[in-house]
Design a protein around this ligand. Structure first.
Ligand code: GCU
Length: 413
């Protein structure tokens, strides 16, 4: 009989650097059969597709079919938002298939003095109305995780949570820098629970299918799918510069922004904030959250095949630095927080470092040294990294860096 005590010990996270197992970091420029990749062409023809296929079938899961926007509608708009410096739009995208229907709302703020604005696009955790005190932002009626401190009971969002996440969204600074901000409540695309009867997944079920097959998408891939549909909409919106969309996400939504950036090359740049395990952190380090741990706590985030690597990281033929490499040559920013050891800051940094050879192929500057920078000392190249003081969060410091970097990467062309 296995006691609960034993189970708990099995899952005790390691926070001791000296206990990180020894392992070989897979070379992103070597095929699984050992062949070396020496140029961009081979990378694009051979290396990249092989790795993309690996992550698709074994980590995030493949999207089983195609589904475009059925209709969209600007449900609310104003030319006089944020004290007059911004335009606001709330756009509802509707998806219909096999008698099912799903909709999600994109809240968009755009600087009034820019015609065709570059934008930051990112999901929020508790509804669009939480990122601002703007009373005009519509409250979603989608399922939400209960959180009494935000007044969320019975899984319903209410007025009480308006503005509770303003600290995580530098809306004013973004607008002042000439960028727009677009955000979506992630629960509208797929409620964050181990239930595949709701959200986007059932749209693609065949026959009596109840949940995705072992290589089919989990929630992270579902949310990434939603970001691509937002991009479809941006292509239709003359006020948004669809060639300069920076996809951003924090934590589980940072895992999501990475996967969206990998699978949809229309995203011009990618930011992963404190994304940790299954995001930017190297799985083979088994530091903080591990593959087994995440698949146990959140069985719906990844595809079922990812469980083959529970307590079996050695068998992974690829690691998360290669996920970052799949974004090359587009800019990618990985950010950690000193107290967020659960997300393994060092593993996030090393990922950015080990992705660099692929950026080198394109003559783009990555992370030049294996030495981690000091806290609050960003390295901002095409591959960027910082570790800031503080915990698992998105802060003003983070946004200050993202805005500066995105301006350098996207605005001087
Ligand atoms: C949990 C989970 C992390 C995730 C985080 C979040 O801590 O273990 O993997 O990143 O939630 O999304 O806030």
């Amino acid at each position: 009989q296995i006691s609960f005590g034993q189970l708990r010990v099995e899952f005790e996270p390691n926070y001791d650097e000296s206990k990180v197992p020894e392992f070989e970091v897979p070379d992103p420029l070597r095929m699984f059969n050992g062949r070396k990749i020496r140029n961009q062409r081979r990378w694009e023809k051979k290396g990249r597709p092989e790795l993309l296929e690996f992550f698709t079938r074994n980590v995030y899961g493949r999207v089983p079919g195609e589904l475009g926007i059925s209709t969209w509608e600007v449900v609310e708009q104003s030319d006089n938002a944020l004290g007059g410096k911004a335009k606001r739009k709330q756009v509802d995208l509707v998806f219909k298939k096999n008698g099912r229907s799903l909709h999600f709302n994109i809240l968009i703020y755009l600087p009034k003095n820019v015609d065709n604005a570059p934008v930051f696009l990112g999901y929020n955790f508790y509804g669009n109305h939480t990122i601002t005190n703007d009373v005009n932002v519509i409250i979603s009626d989608a399922w939400a995780r209960n959180n009494p401190s935000f007044g969320i009971i019975n899984n319903q969002l209410t007025e009480q949570s308006r503005g509770v996440r303003v600290n995580r969204w530098a809306v004013n600074e973004i607008i002042d820098a000439g960028f727009g901000l677009a955000t979506i409540y992630y629960g509208e695309v797929d409620p964050d629970k181990d239930d595949f009867r709701d959200g986007i997944h059932p749209f693609f079920y065949v026959d009596a299918q109840q949940r995705p097959a072992a290589d089919e998408w989990g929630s992270v891939a579902g949310w990434a799918w939603g970001l691509s549909r937002a991009m479809d909409y941006f292509e239709e919106d003359a006020e948004v510069n669809e060639n300069k969309v920076v996809v951003f996400g924090h934590s589980r939504l940072g895992k999501t922004s990475l996967w969206a950036g990998v699978t949809d090359e229309r995203f011009a740049a990618v930011i992963s904030n404190n994304s940790g395990c299954g995001g930017a952190a190297l799985s083979k380090r088994q530091f903080g959250e591990t593959v087994a741990r995440i698949n146990n706590s959140f069985p719906h985030w990844f595809c079922k095949n990812f469980r083959n690597y529970n307590k079996n990281e050695d068998a992974l033929p690829a690691d998360q630095h290669e996920l970052l490499a799949l974004i090359a040559p587009r800019p990618v920013y990985v950010a950690s927080a000193e107290e967020d050891q659960w997300a393994d800051p060092r593993g996030e940094f090393l990922s950015a470092f080990y992705a660099t050879p692929v950026y080198d192929l394109y003559g783009e500057k990555g992370i030049p040294s294996k030495e981690m920078p000091a806290v609050n000392q960003p390295i901002q190249n095409t591959v960027a990294y910082h570790i800031r003081t503080g915990g698992h969060d998105v802060t003003g410091f983070d946004w200050e860096q993202y805005i500066k970097w995105a301006t350098e990467q996207l605005m001087n062309e």
